[in-house]
Design a protein around this ligand. Structure first.
Ligand code: GLP
Length: 240
């Protein structure tokens, strides 16, 4: 695992965007796994700037998002679908037919999850997966548990996550209790992984990540099984 500690959120966003820009410039038809949450917003802004100044061309890029609340309408302002279009997709030249986000409107979540896995496979697998880190160490919506799911599945949000994510909703009651999310194997099968961590509230999950252990109580620690993980964090998350 490669660790970079950045002095500011701006620096972290720039470093993350630069990694994505390099990936797309080396392989324009890259398959990129995108993430939502506050952490990658700065990276999306930098990527938009790169696109506007001719440094990034996403016309051949394929995307797969990590997760989506369930049930949720894509048009809902708090869906991850809306988040991605508002914060990124609408401002760059990625083709709508190349964008994949789990469908939070489906009546058949199991079928949706199976088809999502197949779609990733037929795209040739994910070249680079971007991840944020939950306060409890979750990645995507893979919450701490005795057993973790391997593949894309319908997950139950933990109380910690409901409370953390309530800042985007009217109150904790309005946060959906479930989500469709890539599983641990779906994530670990990506060729490269880029984990972004910022803020002091992530410090303890980040410290576990940097410890010598792997535990399903902190799903992010399983990233240590992967050969090519880059962690970019700010000083607040890195602590000492
Ligand atoms: C959410 C998402 C994760 C995200 C995490 C951290 O629950 N499912 O994919 O990484 O929370 O979010 P933030 O960056 O807002 O702290």
């Amino acid at each position: 695992m490669k660790l970079t500690v950045c002095g500011s959120y701006d620096e972290l966003s720039e470093a993350a965007a630069e990694m994505i820009r390099e990936q797309v410039s080396e392989k324009p038809e890259s398959v990129i796994g995108f993430a939502t949450g506050s952490t990658p917003v700065g990276m999306y802004k930098k990527l938009i700037e790169m696109y506007k100044t001719g440094k990034l061309d996403m016309s051949r890029t394929v995307s797969f998002n990590l997760d989506e609340y369930y049930p949720v309408k894509s048009s809902d302002s708090l869906s991850y679908h809306r988040f991605m279009y508002d914060n990124f997709f609408d401002a760059v030249n990625i083709k709508p037919e190349n964008i994949h986000i789990p469908n939070g409107e489906t009546n058949d979540p199991q079928k949706e999850c199976e088809e999502y896995e197949k779609a990733i496979e037929s795209a040739g697998g994910i070249d680079i997966q971007i991840l944020g880190l939950g306060r409890n160490g979750h990645i995507g919506f893979n919450e701490p548990a005795d057993k973790l799911y391997a593949k894309t599945h319908l997950a139950k949000l933990s109380q910690t996550t409901i409370e953390a994510n309530s800042r985007f909703f009217e109150d904790a009651e309005s946060v959906p209790r479930r989500a469709l999310t890539m599983g641990m194997a779906s994530i670990l099968q990506a060729k490269k992984i880029l984990l972004l961590v910022c803020g002091s509230e992530k410090r303890s999950a980040a410290a576990e990540l940097m410890s010598s252990f792997i535990t399903t109580d902190n799903p992010a620690t399983l990233l240590k099984l992967h050969r090519d993980v880059t962690v970019i964090c700010d000083r607040e998350a890195a602590g000492k």
